[in-house]
Every structure is written in structure tokens, then in C-alpha cells.
Write a protein that binds this ligand. Structure first.
Ligand code: GLU
Length: 455
């Protein structure tokens, strides 16, 4: 059976690192078994959903290399939810409720005041036909709740959390539809998971109690004959797995993390592959390593390695992974992002000094100039004048020059190399001079040595 996963963001904002992680893991789950990964835009909330966010989500997935195999949107599937709703209503599994927000809030307060859990008291189910008619006559349109089956204990084997058990009597019958006919998240999601043949629902542990409710929805939908026609597994329902949430390094859910998205990562020079390598393994028992090859990440991806403790997102760790990934990137992968003039040899020379690809321009400056002027003492000036004289061009000008200078002056180590590096690049540290000098070229090199000697 083909694995089918989905990533179901609501387009009420851009993706943040937590959503990105969920998208990645669903992508991996599907890819690992040659399955399908679907992007489902959960846009039933017309007031808060915006097209620009749909576009941003697509663009982010594209940048991350997590292209979906298909895209669906809930706003185009409202008829299907109506069909499911009518079936459930006919079977007595959804019921109208008339309480206002204030009434519900008051009920909650009273329950909490008595030390009781704030579970909906099913007041609406106790209304007589006359009472209901009276409400309607007053012009109060009902909202709709799904009626949980209190006789049916809810349990499932969670792919990450292990055996899960819920007593439905401890849960409120969820509101699934507003008085204006619009949908809340709960039912459309279950309907779609059935209709799209989703085999695995992998999401954050903040959805565990939603899953408990949706488990009963799957069963209720099945009982009323709403099944995926070609996918008998939905006689049961998808496998569920809930991953521990992502927290900041300090162990708390931080606001910063909640708004950290692809734009910010791009601006910081974080490569998508670095983010992927880190998020693929964060919160698992596998080490986070700078693995740019997704096949390697896929081979080791396994829900059984996921822990229950919150996964800690440490920005410094991401930067380390990024640096290592940049150091291993081939010229062809970055060519179109480099400043004019850098060729494969140039990239190779400066790559080990970079923490981001964007820094290449700064290092390339050492080749094309202008470079920082340095002040040298008299001794060094004499030495540099000699270097300018002795500079000869070959395949290996740096080795030749330093070899000849060592012999001629008796200098060695730092005294031999540092003034040359300073005069040729304006810096104390930097790329390997053996690679850099051929890029600087004979004329520029001689000129820089002469000018340093003259100062
Ligand atoms: N739209 C829901 C959310 O963003 C989807 C949750 C789910 O995966 O079912 O939280």
C-alpha cells in the first residue's frame, strides 16, 4: 500500500520553523517509502486566510526542496464536507447547539469554580423540540457539535508516543460548524484524510486531543458510509504519530521561534540543506550532522528514533551545520549566487573561510581588490621589496616565492609568511595563499608587494 502523507498549514501566516519541521517529516515519511506527499491548504477560515500566505507557503516549500506531489485546498471542497455533515446529522452524530459564547464561558467558570473539568455539559441535547423551535423563532441560528460516543473508549498506537487512551466522556463534544455555516478545523480535516487516502498523519503533539476526537469521527464517518472508495485502510483510519514540540535552547516555547521562517533563514545565509539536515534529526536519538545528501537522511529517518522530550532548537548549532554544509558545496551548486568573476578555483580557495555563501563577495575582494592598506616596519618593508623583486610566475607561484625568500633571507615560519599575506591580502588570516596567489595574478601581486614596501 502506498504511503500518503499530508502537510496541512492554514494560510493565516507564513511557515515558521515548527511547521517546516512537520512538513519535512511528512515529506520524508512519504519519500522514504516511495509514497506521496500532499500539500493541503486548510483555508476554511475565510476571514483569516490570505492568498499571499498560500503563495508564500508554496515558495517556502520550493526553496526547502519539499515539493508536494499534489495540492488541495479546503475552500474548494466545501460540498464534500456538507455531504459528510448531512450523513452524520441523519445518524444523530451531530447536533445543533444554541448557547452564546457568554453562556458557554459562564458554564465553564461555574464548573471550574466547583473544581470540575470544563467539559461541555451537552445542554443542547437536553432541549425539547419545542425549546429548539423557540430558539429558532427567536432568530438564534445553531452552531453544530459532533456527538462523541461515550461508550467507545478511544485508543490508538501512536507512532511516536506509543499506546494512547482517552475516555470520551472527559472530552467536550467539539463544535464543528459555526452558526453561519462555516467550518471549524476538526471535521473537514477528518473528511479530507479519508477522501485523500491519507495513510499517515504526522503532526505536533498539540494535536493529540484533536486526534482523540477525530478517531471517533473516522469511525462515525465509516459507519455512515463515508469511506475512501479505493482505499480500504480507511475502514480503519490513518496511522497517527505526534512529535514533541520544538522549543528554544533554553527549553521554552519562544515567541522568536514561532515567527522564525524561511525569509529570516535566507537573510541569515542559512542554506536549505542545513535547515533540513538539522530538522530531520532534532529531537531524535540520531546525531545532528551536516548531511547534505537527502538520501542519507532518508535512509536513517525512522519514527522509532523520535523522543518524547521537546526538541531543542539551538541557533548556534544550525550555524555550525550551515558552515560545514557550505564548506562542502560544489561550485556548480553556488555559481549563480556568486559575484562576477569567481570561478571554480576561486570558490575552492575561499570556501573554507565562509560561514555563509553570501560572504564570498567579501573574500573575493582580497583577489580583485582594493585591499586594506597595512603599515609595515622597516625590516618588513625591505623584505617585501625583495619579495616583489623575486616574484616569478609559474603554476605554483606561492611555493616558489616563499621557497626563494626563505633561502635568501633566512626567515621562516610567521616571519616568512605573515608579512607576505598581509601585503598581498591586507589581512592576517584568510584563504590558503597557495590557492589565492594564482587568482590574484602576477601584476596585481607585484604591485601590492611594491606598494607595501613603499609605505
Ligand atoms: N491546519 C492544521 C494546523 O495547521 C492542520 C493540523 C493537522 O495536521 O491536521 O494546525
Amino acid at each position: 500500500m502506498t504511503t500518503i502523507t499530508r502537510f496541512a498549514p492554514s494560510p493565516t501566516g507564513t511557515l515558521h520553523v515548527g511547521n517546516i519541521r512537520t512538513a519535512l517529516h511528512n515529506w520524508m515519511l512519504a519519500r522514504k517509502s516511495g509514497g506521496r506527499f500532499i500539500l493541503r491548504i486548510d483555508d476554511t477560515d475565510a476571514a483569516r486566510s490570505e492568498e499571499r500566505f498560500v503563495e508564500a507557503i508554496r515558495a517556502d516549500l520550493d526553496w526547502l526542496g519539499l515539493a508536494p506531489d499534489g495540492e488541495e485546498r479546503q475552500s474548494a471542497r466545501l460540498d464534500l464536507y456538507d455531504t459528510a455533515f448531512e450523513k452524520l446529522k441523519a445518524a444523530g452524530r451531530v447536533y445543533p447547539a444554541y448557547e452564546t459564547q457568554q453562556e458557554l464561558e459562564l458554564k465553564r467558570k461555574i464548573q471550574l469554580g466547583r473544581g470540575l473539568p470544563p467539559i461541555y455539559d451537552r445542554g443542547a441535547l437536553k432541549l425539547s423540540d419545542e425549546e429548539r423551535a423557540a430558539k429558532e423563532a427567536e432568530g438564534i441560528a445553531p452552531h453544530w457539535r459532533f456527538k462523541l460516543d461515550h461508550e467507545e473508549i478511544i485508543d490508538w498506537e501512536d507512532g511516536i508516543r506509543g499506546p494512547q487512551k482517552f475516555d470520551p466522556a472527559q472530552l467536550s463534544d467539539p463544535v464543528i460548524r459555526r452558526a453561519d455555516g462555516s467550518w471549524l478545523y476538526m471535521l473537514p480535516s477528518a473528511v479530507d484524510d479519508i477522501d485523500m487516502g491519507i495513510t499517515d498523519v504526522l503532526r505536533g503533539e498539540d494535536h493529540v486531543s484533536n486526534t482523540a476526537v477525530q478517531k471517533q469521527m473516522f469511525d462515525a464517518l465509516h459507519d455512515v458510509g463515508f469511506d475512501h472508495s479505493e482505499c480500504p485502510v480507511h475502514d480503519a483510519c490513518p496511522h497517527f504519530a505526534h512529535e514533541a514540540l520544538l522549543v528554544g535552547k533554553e527549553g521554552k516555547l519562544s515567541k522568536r521561534l514561532g515567527s522564525l521562517g524561511c525569509d529570516a533563514f535566507r537573510e541569515q545565509g542559512i542554506e536549505p540543506e542545513a535547515l533540513i539536515a538539522m530538522l530531520a534529526r532534532l529531537g531524535t536519538s540520531l546525531p545532528v550532522e551536516p548531511i547534505a545528501d537527502r538520501d542519507v537522511l532518508l535512509q536513517t529517518f525512522d519514527l522509532s528514533t523520535f523522543g518524547r522530550a521537546p526538541a531543542k532548537f539551538d541557533h548556534a548549532e544550525l550555524e555550525r551545520v550551515n558552515t560545514a554544509i557550505v564548506h562542502a558545496m560544489e561550485f556548480a551548486e553556488v555559481a549563480d549566487r556568486l559575484p562576477e568573476g569567481i570561478d571554480a578555483a576561486g570558490w575552492h580557495a575561499i570556501r573554507p573561510n565562509l560561514t555563509t555563501v553570501g560572504e564570498a563577495a567579501e573574500w573575493w575582494q582580497l583577489v580583485v581588490g582594493p585591499i586594506d592598506a597595512r603599515a609595515f616596519d622597516e625590516d618588513d618593508r625591505t623584505y617585501l621589496a625583495e619579495a616583489a623583486e623575486m616574484l616569478a610566475w609559474s603554476e605554483t607561484p606561492w611555493q616558489d616565492l616563499t621557497g626563494a625568500l626563505k633561502e635568501a633571507t633566512g626567515r621562516k615560519g610567521k616571519a616568512l609568511f605573515l608579512p607576505l599575506r598581509q601585503a598581498l591580502t591586507g589581512k592576517d588570516h584568510g584563504p590558503d595563499m597557495g590557492e589565492l596567489l594564482p587568482l590574484i595574478g602576477e601584476d596585481r601581486a607585484r604591485e601590492r608587494l611594491k606598494s607595501a614596501a613603499a609605505d
